[in-house]
Design a protein around this ligand. Sequence first.
Ligand SMILES: Cc1cc2nc3c(=O)[nH]c(=O)nc-3n(C[C@H](O)[C@H](O)[C@H](O)COP(=O)(O)OP(=O)(O)OC[C@H]3O[C@@H](n4cnc5c(N)ncnc54)[C@H](O)[C@@H]3O)c2cc1C
Length: 112
Amino acid sequence: MARITIVGAGVIGLVTASALARENEIIIVARNLPGDGLSAEWASPWAGASFIAGGTSSRIEQQMQLDTYSQLSHWAENYPESSVRLITLEDFFDFDDNSQIWWRMLPEVTYA
Ligand SMILES: Cc1cc2nc3c(=O)[nH]c(=O)nc-3n(C[C@H](O)[C@H](O)[C@H](O)COP(=O)(O)OP(=O)(O)OC[C@H]3O[C@@H](n4cnc5c(N)ncnc54)[C@H](O)[C@@H]3O)c2cc1C
């Protein structure tokens, strides 16, 4: 068992800590912690908690988003107590070329 220190208690720090805590001793060091009052010093308390693919042309970042989608779908379908839900969303784009929608291979994506 390794002892790992994570700096930051936003969504990135806490998800990382949660994953690593199964096999390691975790210490979290952060200026702002969940439960502290709202401030502009960090982002996570303000987030809308939605996951929407897009916004990058990097293949590595696209794959990271697909992996994230796969994990969130798994939780939504198999662990309703996780509070993760799939909801319908309509996006409107001002281009005709669907090839720019790199996430179009996802089974839920349809076009109108
Ligand atoms: C209004 C709003 C709505 C949003 N909606 C969404 C959404 O719907 N979906 C989505 O995916 N994203 C959304 N985002 C973006 C999302 O909130 C951020 O991408 C995400 O919260 C970043 O998490 P983080 O852990 O990287 O950083 P943060 O949440 O900013 O956490 C940073 C952590 O590092 C600590 N820290 C920083 N500097 C130091 C230091 N020098 N020493 C010690 N500790 C330090 C902080 O105290 C904090 O604990 C939204 C953002 C905003 C502002």
